[in-house]
Design a protein. Sequence first.
Length: 459
Amino acid sequence: MVEGTNGKHGHVHDVLVIGAGPSGSACAYWLADAGWDVAVVEKKRFPREKTCGDGLTPRAVRQLADMGLEGALAGSHRYHGLRSFGFGRSLELTWPDHPDFPAYGYTITRYDLDGLVCERAVKAGATVWQATEALEPLLAHDSAGGGRPGGADRPGGAGGAGGAGTATSSEVLPPCGGATVRDRESGETRDVRARYVVVADGSNSRIGRALGTARQRNHPLGMALRGYYRSPRHDDPFIESHLDIRDAEGEVVPGYGWIFPLGDGRVNVGVGLLSTDRRWKGVNTSRLMDSFVQCAPQSWGLSPESACGPPTGGKLPMGMAVGPHAGENVVVIGDAGGSINPFNGEGIAYGYETGRLAAAFLGEALSGGGAAALTGYERQLTESYGEYYRIGRAFVRLISNPEVMRRCVSLGMHSEWFMSELLRIMANLMRPERAGASEIGYQLLDLAARYLPEEPGAA
Ligand SMILES: Cc1cc2nc3c(=O)[nH]c(=O)nc-3n(C[C@H](O)[C@H](O)[C@H](O)COP(=O)(O)OP(=O)(O)OC[C@H]3O[C@@H](n4cnc5c(N)ncnc54)[C@H](O)[C@@H]3O)c2cc1C
């Protein structure tokens, strides 16, 4: 991959992006495409492994197409919908039609995908330093009162101003002049300075926490494990989800299992759990994965012998659980801001979307709007995702009750129509200005959500 040239000593970039996952690379692409001087530091070197289900929904495909990358996906596995299993039944649900999104998705390993998007940002003019880790933010010492560096999990609250869904929207992050970075290959340390800083360092977000971001503990947190298996059905046209995964005692747990065909001889297999149910802490995810592999339909050919290596796991911060998302000259995007969709655990599309949104507001700030422009980013996040994620969080609380989950799934699995409409809601593919069944169902969920208050300080 072509990289940008080394930064000149003392040069102040328009924007420094920390992290080149989906959110950071998309943000860098849109900034560079608009002509701004953007530098990116990424601690790994592409291609690199990233623990993920490797599933791109129509929302993610749309963002990749907008970045001019759909052609680059041509060799990847295109799939047409979701096969859902639960309580002895299965349904094949094709992606719904939508005026703005395609009716297909792709699976592609993050090993291949993330480098493609990063390279696109470089081609658009971004300077990317790989194998370069941001160690700490450069804080303006005279503005110590502007934020609360050293954030940690915070107990529950009303969910931010207006309760619309962002974590702590009444607070702002402190001014930041860039970051001290270390070249992991040479060991050299230097400061990279910028007028604006984008925090895109993923779910652990060391830099975000150093600036003062924190997770709302009453918002759901996912925990998932995935592994690759060789499979005769590696090019199946449907991704598969299992809604009644069980622990070693045969009890249904609040989570799901998946098998995503990759089209390259392998399938991505995983299990995900939700933190809203207090029982999750007692569940051993490795054992859950073993029992899922054992119970999965035999035709997939999953077994310890077909495993390509041990599974790896990660956290899924959901529903805009982490905040604040903006400060005077800082924005937080993707997993660093908890932007994963609580309905389905999808985070790649929301990384691309929040990165793109941030780039638009940074462009405004750089064009003279200054700090005030960035408050618009937090507002727009609330407008775009606040209501949907609030309802998603309520949905998660509802299905975290095993009995409710059992009843809903066993009832739902009797109706393809019902599950198709639910898929439209869960994948955030409802049509604007349309009052179809899913849009009406969504309004009903909204009503239910109002009666399901968020627990203070849950997980
Ligand atoms: C098991 C699992 C399965 C999942 N399956 C799916 C799925 O199928 N589909 C889907 O849409 N989503 C899925 N997700 C969620 C998805 O992986 C994330 O939402 C997505 O990766 C978020 O992108 P991001 O750019 O915000 O963060 P990341 O992808 O985590 O990228 C952050 C980048 O920052 C770099 N970085 C971190 N710290 C520093 C630092 N200090 N300095 C420089 N660089 C740094 C990292 O190396 C990394 O490249 C899954 C998650 C898990 C854990």
